[in-house]
Ligand binder design. Structure first.
Ligand code: MN
Length: 133
């Protein structure tokens, strides 16, 4: 066994995120049959992902702040620290910090057989979609 290396925090790219969103990887696969990835993600107030989906779904455990999560049917779910949001395989969604508060969550995602196909990205989330207008 070993203590895993600590890598510098990385800022998530503007093609897929609006506002400041920082990522620290907690766990990544080491061997062929391992699929689990876990990341600590910190969103500045109002920062959000673009629309996307995960081939094998995703679990999002909110640790700080107020999370805001939306789906294509217009549903928006507010998630508080200690709660876990689940998105099923293939369901398009976004993650965000509510206005006026930071939000931190632990993202648990199972890689696809091809890691590059784990997450499929689409367009950015509009202000109306974010606000539920
Ligand atoms: Mn997601």
């Amino acid at each position: 066994m070993n203590i895993e290396p600590v890598n510098p925090s990385t800022k998530n790219p503007p093609e897929q995120f609006v506002g400041d969103v920082w990522l620290d990887m907690i766990a990544v696969p080491h061997e062929d049959r391992q699929h689990m990835t876990v990341g600590l993600v910190r969103f500045a107030p109002g920062a959000r992902t673009a629309w996307h989906s995960h081939e094998r779904g995703q679990y999002l455990y909110v640790t700080q702040g107020i999370g805001r999560f939306g789906t294509r049917d217009g549903q928006i779910v507010e998630v508080r620290p200690g709660q876990t949001l689940y998105t099923p395989p293939g369901q398009e969604h976004w993650h965000a910090a509510a206005h006026g508060t930071f939000m931190e969550h632990i993202a648990m995602t199972e890689n696809g057989d091809e890691p590059k196909s784990t997450t499929t990205w689409a367009e950015h989330v509009t202000d109306d979609q974010f606000n539920g207008a």
